[in-house]
Design a protein around this ligand. Structure first.
Ligand code: NAP
Length: 251
């Protein structure tokens, strides 16, 4: 495990991104934080620097669906902090509706942010990491990537399957080339944030506990991790292997 001192997080204006930023700031890391809501990022920067006066925190408004803006912004933040050694591709959207229900816009928006947005970020981060030959690229996917989901979660799950497949392919490519660039695919289960405020499930993990587990998992730099480990390392394989009629009752 390598000590990563400079970390970029997208989707840092709320939820898991904000929670990870607080934890890495407390660990003395310099941070680059991006999202569309700049006012929230600025308030977070003020809070983090006040609590951890030794660290640098830079923030930028960024829509991850705009490829050229992602490339420019990642490049500027990388230069400003003297080299980012971990990129956490966390920005994501969980809107959705049954296919054919007349709410195509919600599914298209979710697919655009989670698929095109993640691809834009991976391209921009790899352009910076490749010449250095080292660094850590973290994809925030979801346990829903493991199996097709119904209704409002269908497009979201399909978009996260894209994220995990992209991470797996990139890991295979870099690993076979003997690269020191580490790729990690993180599949969170339900952790209480804005994205799942309408979800009712006994499998929900509380926010602080979920963020602790996420940061611990990412810092150990695995190829893939279901987070929190309990219960998801047990449920994950069942989602893949059990007949669909049985597995859909699990989540
Ligand atoms: N919480 C869970 O149970 C759970 C489970 C599995 C996976 N995840 C994944 O974890 C990640 C974080 O989700 P969360 O739970 O923390 O939800 P959240 O509180 O809704 O946070 C989502 C973040 O993504 C940002 N974002 C959305 N669209 C964006 C865009 N077009 N450009 C840039 N940033 C954008 C939002 O910032 P702005 O609106 O300010 O742009 C926000 O900071 C997502 O990828 C989500 O799919 C969450």
């Amino acid at each position: 495990m390598t000590d990563r001192s400079t970390i970029l997080i997208t989707g840092a204006s709320s939820g898991l991104g904000e929670g990870m930023a607080r934890r890495w700031a407390a660990a003395g890391k310099d941070l680059a934080l991006c999202a569309r809501r700049l006012d929230r990022l600025e308030a977070l920067r003020t809070e983090l620097v006040a609590a951890n006066p030794g660290i640098r925190v830079v923030v930028r408004a960024l829509d991850v669906t705009e490829g050229e803006a992602v490339r420019t912004t990642f490049g500027e933040l990388d230069a400003e902090l003297g080299g980012i050694d971990r990129f956490v591709l966390n920005a994501g959207l969980g809107k959705g509706a049954s296919i054919g229900s007349g709410k195509a816009h919600a599914n298209v928006e979710t697919a655009t942010v989670n698929v095109i947005g993640t691809l834009n970020q991976a391209e921009a981060a790899m352009e910076l990491l490749t010449p250095r030959g080292s660094g850590h690229l973290v994809f925030i996917s979801s346990v829903s990537a493991l199996r097709g989901m119904v209704k409002a979660q269908n497009t979201y799950a399909a978009s996260k399957a894209f994220v995990s497949t992209l991470a797996q392919g990139l890991h295979a490519e870099l690993d076979s080339a003997g690269s020191r660039i580490v790729v990690t695919d993180i599949l969170p289960g339900y952790i209480r944030t804005d994205i799942n405020r309408s979800v009712k499930t006994s499998l929900m993990t509380e926010f602080e506990e979920g963020c602790d587990a996420l940061v611990k998992a990412i810092d150990s730099e695995p190829t893939r991790a279901l987070v929190p480990g309990k219960p998801w390392t047990a449920i994950g394989p069942m989602l893949r292997l059990l007949p669909e009629k049985v597995s859909r009752r699990l989540v």
